[in-house]
Design a protein around this ligand. Structure first.
Ligand code: SF4
Length: 225
């Protein structure tokens, strides 16, 4: 039902009554909540002003990298200011690095940690290493813009392994962006009386024992479906 919103939900577990904006009323036993997410809109590293700076989403949307030296910066919009790990973007960054290497680019991937939520990420990491992607680890807790400074055509990066700054020349910088809660999450949480976490995502009953259950029994949520 495209263009339809939920106006009201009443009832209890196994017997919910849902009223939609188009007037349709439904009696359902359980509700699956899929509020989705939206990509972080970066302002860091001159994104939007410097045409050499792109995001991983820009690459997905067909933009191309012209230069030979490419630096990928992980965790843009994640793991800072109370936001946690977006959990999907390490895999994206590694895939893009491998793709760019296959096009003959020199690729440096700047990261805090490689978070592999499934074994496929470990394989991607090995493939990227074998393909000649260079990895530079920056301090976990530092703000990206403190650990990475942008000069005219080079990044000055604090390398944790060396304990010193290194210069990374670039023609293009790719920002590996995280996810934010979608705009509708607030409204849905109010209508369904669901808790949100500090980032504004709907909260699961338990991160490990009930990752798709809500605190209200028989509601099931799926953050990014
Ligand atoms: S790039 Fe990796 S570590 Fe950083 S937020 Fe994304 S998944 Fe987490």
């Amino acid at each position: 039902m495209l263009g339809t919103t939920i106006k009201d939900v009443s009832g209890f577990t196994g017997n919910f009554h849902v009223v939609l904006s188009n007037g349709v009323e439904l009696d359902v036993g359980a509700i699956i909540v899929a509020t989705g997410a939206k990509p972080y809109a970066p302002t860091e590293f001159n994104y939007g002003k410097d045409p050499r700076v792109l995001t991983t989403l820009d690459l997905e949307n067909g933009k191309t990298v012209d230069g030979r030296n490419v630096a990928i910066i992980n965790c843009v919009g994640s793991r800072t200011s109370g936001r946690g790990c977006s959990r999907y973007c390490c895999a994206v960054g590694l895939s893009k690095a491998i793709e760019l290497r296959s096009q003959g680019k020199n690729v440096v991937l700047i990261y805090r940690d490689i978070m592999g939520v499934d074994p496929e990420v470990e394989d991607l990491y090995k493939k990227a290493r074998d393909a000649g992607v260079l990895f530079i680890r920056i301090p976990r807790k530092a703000e990206l813009t403190e650990a990475i400074r942008m000069d005219t055509n080079k990044l000055i990066v604090h390398d944790v392994e060396l304990g010193d700054d290194v210069e990374v020349p670039f023609d293009n910088v790719i920002l590996n962006i995280g996810l934010m809660p979608s705009e509708d999450t607030d409204e849905v949480s109010k209508i369904l009386r669901l808790s949100k976490d500090q980032e504004g995502f709907l909260m699961e009953a338990h991160p490990k024992l009930g990752p798709v259950d809500t605190m209200t029994p028989r509601n099931i949520h799926s953050r990014c479906s």
